[in-house]
Write a protein that binds this ligand. Structure first.
Ligand code: G6P
Length: 369
């Protein structure tokens, strides 16, 4: 009822709005700023396995697979560990090779998703060390993994995952810092930069949430579109996938997420004035590259909503709409970029009269294969 929803119309909106505090809970007591490191109680006693690991395989489904893809980028970029993210349902049946000294990370909000659970069991049976990244306390995945980290984001009721996603990415960032420091691949000063950026996140998310009205107005304008394309590169390619998934899950509008540069190998054929294209373009290491992808869309008459850095002077004159987000470390930009895209999906769905908390055909947790 109304009380559990904290005065909001839907659990999804409550959970979006809660993110400054859920992110704080996820990081509470875990950041060691001076050391440029983190303290993860759930990984106590695992130092040998974490040091010796030759590769990481991340297993998940849906939104958890998207955070896993960010995890892959984090672990390779920052901790320099060969990593692959796998759809749990594919991993289990494709006779994947699990070498000894593999770390398998099962990501699951619920801790009960059958595909993820069985993929984790398969990895374990083949000799992997298993870690869980789970929100719901005490479920099957945390019980069966060798070790793990809880999100502490509180119960997520809306079927479309929001606060669990941002907390998953924060946990994966902290895990990456831990592994990088332990293995000597991440310097103290670089570690400190990321820890500092993590600490600023809750306030930055609160800033973005103040744009709710602005984003609702945007939703009014685009609610009748038949298709959406979401583009991003680097750390924001997974954010593009997640933005598209949120929209299709709750509004039933067809949406596709794509790596911005890969667009020219297919989806560019779809672009015309009726196709809104959401481009995630913060001032990060791939900004100039994304900028040229924006020009490619404009040249074909596409209509662009761009998520840009607060101080971006360039794109406002080029695209139809800009949504401004604060500056952060490159690796954390997908967290900030996801917030306005959650709100956009939410408002479009509400305006179309969809059942936001219980979308048709979807379940919060799928415990059958
Ligand atoms: C279901 C939900 C998705 C979720 C996925 C994985 O399909 O509808 O929102 O991302 O399961 O759930 P998990 O609990 O394992 O993260």
């Amino acid at each position: 009822g109304e009380v559990e929803r904290g005065g909001y119309d839907h659990f999804m909106l409550k959970e979006i709005m809660e993110q400054p505090s859920t992110l704080r809970e996820t990081m509470r007591g875990r950041l060691l700023e001076d050391e440029g490191s983190v303290k993860l109680g759930g990984l106590t006693g695992m130092d040998d396995e974490l040091r010796q690991a030759k590769r990481v395989v991340i297993l998940g489904c849906g939104t958890s697979w998207h955070s896993g893809l960010i995890g892959e980028y984090l672990l390779e970029d920052i901790a320099r560990i060969p990593t692959e993210v796998e759809y749990a349902s594919e991993f289990r049946y494709r006779r994947a090779v699990v070498e000894p000294e593999t770390l398998a990370i099962a990501i699951s909000q619920s801790g009960e998703t059958a595909d993820t659970l069985w993929a984790m069991r398969e990895a374990k049976q083949q000799g992997a060390t298993t870690l869980g990244v789970v929100n719901a306390v005490g479920g099957t995945i945390p019980r069966e993994t060798d070790a793990g980290i809880y999100l502490h984001a509180g119960p997520e009721i809306g079927v479309a995952s929001t606060k669990a996603f941002t907390s998953q990415v924060v946990v994966l960032t902290m895990m990456t810092i831990h592994l990088g420091r332990l293995r000597g691949t991440l310097s103290q000063s670089r570690g400190r930069e990321i820890v500092r950026a993590l600490r600023q996140l809750p306030e930055q998310v609160a800033e973005i949430l103040k744009m709710d009205n602005e984003i609702r107005a945007l939703a009014e304008q685009y609610k009748d579109s038949k298709n959406f394309l979401y583009l991003g590169r680097g750390y924001n390619f997974p954010a593009a996938l997640e933005g598209a998934l949120k929209l299709k899950e709750i509004s039933y509008i067809h949406a596709e997420g794509y790596p911005a540069a890969e667009m020219k190998h297919g989806p560019i054929a779809l672009i015309d004035e009726n196709m809104p294209v959401v481009v995630i373009a913060p001032r990060d290491g791939v900004y100039d590259k994304v900028r040229s992808n924006i020009d490619e869309v404009k040249a074909r008459g596409g209509c662009i909503i761009a998520v840009v850095s607060e101080d971006d002077e360039e794109l406002a004159g080029v695209v139809e709409h800009v949504i401004r987000i604060p500056r952060t470390h490159d690796a954390l930009t997908p967290i900030l970029a996801s917030i306005p895209l959650q709100l956009l999906a939410y408002h479009i769905a509400v305006l179309r009269g969809a059942n936001v908390d219980q979308p048709r055909n979807l379940a919060k947790s799928v415990t059958v294969e």
